[in-house]
Design a protein around this ligand. Sequence first.
Ligand SMILES: Nc1ncnc2c1ncn2[C@@H]1O[C@H](COP(=O)(O)OP(=O)(O)OP(=O)(O)O)[C@@H](O)[C@H]1O
Length: 681
Amino acid sequence: MNATEQEEREYLEEIKEKLGFAVKRVDDAVKQFSNELREKKEYIHEHQSGMDDADMVAAGQSINRMAFTGEAAVARKHKLLKLGQSPYFGRIDFVSRDQARLPVYIGMYSFIDEQRRQGLIYDWRAPISSMFYDFELGKASYATPSGKIHGTIELKRQYKIRDGRLEFMLDSDVNIHDDVLQRELAKSSDDKLKNIVATIQRDQNAVIRNETTPVMVIQGVAGSGKTSIALHRIAFLLYRYRETIAAKDILIISPNKVFADYISNVLPELGEEHIPELGMEELAADLLDNRYPFQTFFEQVSALLEQHDPAFIERIRFKSSFEFLGQLNQYLLHIENTYFTVTELRVGRTVVQVAFIQQKFKSYHRVPLLKRFALVANDVRAYVRDAAGRKLSGQEKATIGEAIPRMFRLHNMLDLYRDFYRWIGRPELLKIDHRLRLEYADVFALIYLRLRLEGLTTYDQVKHLLVDEMQDYTPVQYAVLSRLFLCRKTILGDVSQTVNPYSASSSEMIARVFPQAEVVRLYRSYRSTIEITAFAQRLMPNPDIIPLERHGQQPAVVRCTSHAEELETIKEVIISFQSSGNHSLGIICKTLRQAEKAYQALQAPDVHLLTAESTSFKEGVIITTAHLAKGLEFDAVIVPFVSARIYKTEVDKSMLYVACTRAMHQLTLTYAGELTAFLSI
Ligand SMILES: Nc1ncnc2c1ncn2[C@@H]1O[C@H](COP(=O)(O)OP(=O)(O)OP(=O)(O)O)[C@@H](O)[C@H]1O
């Protein structure tokens, strides 16, 4: 049963041959589909005049069906071709109580011998494949819809097959993954995030395959694989619930377009379609009907970095607290109880009593406050009609329609929001500039008020929501998300990697908004060498972090005598990078202004500037800011200008931490003048 390497090589050839036949069968089918499609179209063209509407609809449907089947066949072919390159990466020989030893080959997708009705390759997401990740040799089990299957794993093997060639295979008796994982991690990074199916770790697998939690919050240290896991989790859910959830039913809320581009490869690589994604700002603009201009999160962070403004910080800090959400809720109660000043209403000879109007208003307590007046007005109209025993004139109807809302003190959303600050006795906390541009910290508070007072349509079409960089969103933002997205959610991030410490949310805080949430913590860090992780730990110590045993060069902190010398040093690092065989180098600055200046000054070929407007992540040398580099990774990172003058506040320190944790293999920091206190111990 394919025990030796020779037998495995022969088996691989056999599988490749079978895959080749399968590709040919799909090709034939596609050819047949396209012929039939062409004939059908020709037929319709020729007989158009004799066809009625029903015939045309039926013909259209049949063409669509054929095209759909054709597309599915093309997608299947694509998968088969990919399998041909690397059919499987793992094998477990499983003996269950009532079955003989079954070698289970695990790959990216499933492949079935249709004649013998036998699974040749199992999809990594299939129930049986879970044992590959969850168990070593010995007793094992896996869940199926009809219950748990118990048995024993008698062999566990890993393969690296590239371009159809077996590069190595490894049997394991202990922890199988370590060796292969080390090899994977030591490789230099491509320009985008990649799939990790062959080396998913046990704790990661538990997160990926969790089917029960309505809200999963993943707090994981830098490089613990959060983003990777979240994407694999989506692939898993798409497989597990393929009858009810399609790629288009999932939404990723991502921090920016570059990040969206950076992760865009993983799901297609796993054979799934591209998933819709949306930035928080896009969502906000949508929810405010593009009526209020507002500062972006990037602009907020830039403003914090450019100048130290205690009042600005105080505004952000206040609006990012859980208490703020509580106060908004209290305010809503307050206006409901006190802002509706009912007076007796006289229509013709009929008097509508205060108590009637009040009682009607209360009876609509489930309806958003500002939507109740129209309903109350209708009730009043009916009351007057019955009392007067006649139809109401248009004028009378209009009078009632105007009188009821007038009994409520404020209607304009911005006036109400302003009033909230008066009510809490802190009017200074709202600052709207002359162009009526809202500060970013106010955007979701205003949306929250709108949601509660006017109601907003929920995103029912979304069946799973993924929120990355969770630490950057505040309780009010989560309160909005929880009311708009009623589906299951996966929320991930790392509170240590905030770019705005005044507005960072921890997993505990998020769990307060979602009481049904399950919080998972990941401490193993896969991205960086031990040396880089230890260096970053000096900035934000976390005793629980477990770096993977992978060594590299010590990070270098290079002192320069002048700015010019610093630029020269950076140029030298770029030159040595270009001949190093590494693929990506990130030059990560604190602010965009610094990044732009460095970009101008360096003037090196093949160096790209990445800004908030960029939409794609480029391979090679990239100059950007820590904020934009968040979530990304590079083989080598340079953090320039780490002087005491530049890195001095808490926000600066966060930026420095994010910048340093982007490096996989090599980290260089440069400065002229005095070194920042954050590094000088
Ligand atoms: N099980 C694994 N096998 C192989 N590589 C892994 C595994 N888990 C994570 N990685 C790698 O570790 C790196 C970091 O992963 P990822 O970007 O998903 O982490 P993260 O927790 O989102 O990081 P950060 O929060 O710092 O942006 C990636 O290169 C990823 O491929």
